[in-house]
Design a protein around this ligand. Sequence first.
Ligand code: AMP
Length: 399
Amino acid sequence: MKVLVINCGSSSLKYQLFEMDNESVLAKGLVERIGIAGSRIKHTKTGMDPVVKETDIPDHNVAFKEVTTMLLDDRYGVIKSLGELAAVGHRVVHAGEKYAGSVLVTKDVIDALTECIPLAPLHNPANLMGINAVTEALPDIPQVGVFDTAFHQTMPSHAYIYGIPYEYYEKYKIRRYGFHGTSHLYVSNRAAEMLGKPIESLKIITCHMGNGSSITAVQGGKSVDTTLGFGTTPGVIMGTRSGDLDPVIIPYLMQQEGFDTKSISDLLNKKSGLLGISGVSSDLRDVEEASEKGNSRAQLAESILYYGVKKYIGAYAAAMGGVDAIVFTAGIGENCPKGRETICSGLEFMGVKLDREKNATRGKDRFINADDSAVKVLVIPTDEELVIARDTKRITLEG
Ligand code: AMP
């Protein structure tokens, strides 16, 4: 059974084609700069070098046509006809409180995604464009939506209700939703597998640290708290997002600088975090390089990130009454030994002991704790596409 997984951004479309009989990736690629000059598709058939085609791609419908053309190509393709595709799975960001799991895309789902546009103004419209593009090209193919927010729907109300008048939860559904759900789900289950224990018996803290970051407390396989919230700005600092902030700063800055709502939102989401503090870059590799050369603001940005993660590990261990395993994933979590070491140092009091040699690893499933560490520490490369493909297969077969 072949399943195509799609992840649409406002000007991009990422895809992976899976053979689900053995969960292998047949081909993958990225369409970039949709609707912008210089649009192109980069396609890789597994086992071959990537091919790049530069062509005018004005919208997501044309982008999806380019994807199908590549998949059918004599040389770079992996299927003979589109009829070989059994289903399409979409990464979709925000479903509000409506769905606690993945669903077959129906008119109701499209309505729910449309209703949630104000909650995810950057992501939901792009996800809808992806669904429309597939519907136009393949009207009869089953499509499944896998929501970033769904895994966190198990949080108890004391973790998701904010300390503002309750009427705004009732009126506008203002609450913590959480994101990166497929990643937290994947790595927590993989950790249980690696530990050889049922996930129901485990307390795991998953640290998804990439350009966007979130830390999640996973108790018995369920998300019980997470750092991202109503939107994707809070928690630890990110590439360009501020992380936690005293809300009073917002009206104060608006008053002092004459910012309108768009300017303040841009400041918090696009100019803050690693970039805003270091003044160097949103990319941790650049920040690390500057910091090694003695740039004190780059050093400060790194410290703030690692301190934030450490603080949430402590908080979530308290929330769950202990922790069995800490997992690091995503670009920074998988590839940055220095970050993992800084975060874990000082946590010996709660049974966390890293093995420096094992920690000197990048990008593969591995235990990095010392043999006598009570808490296991793991690096697990995330695989959101595989979770989406598995859910798509399951839901399509269930009908
Ligand atoms: P992601 O959003 O998961 O793709 O993660 C992107 C982040 O991972 C960026 O901040 C990168 O700088 C960071 N990253 C990727 N590779 C490394 C590395 N080798 N060392 C440190 N950070 C890295």
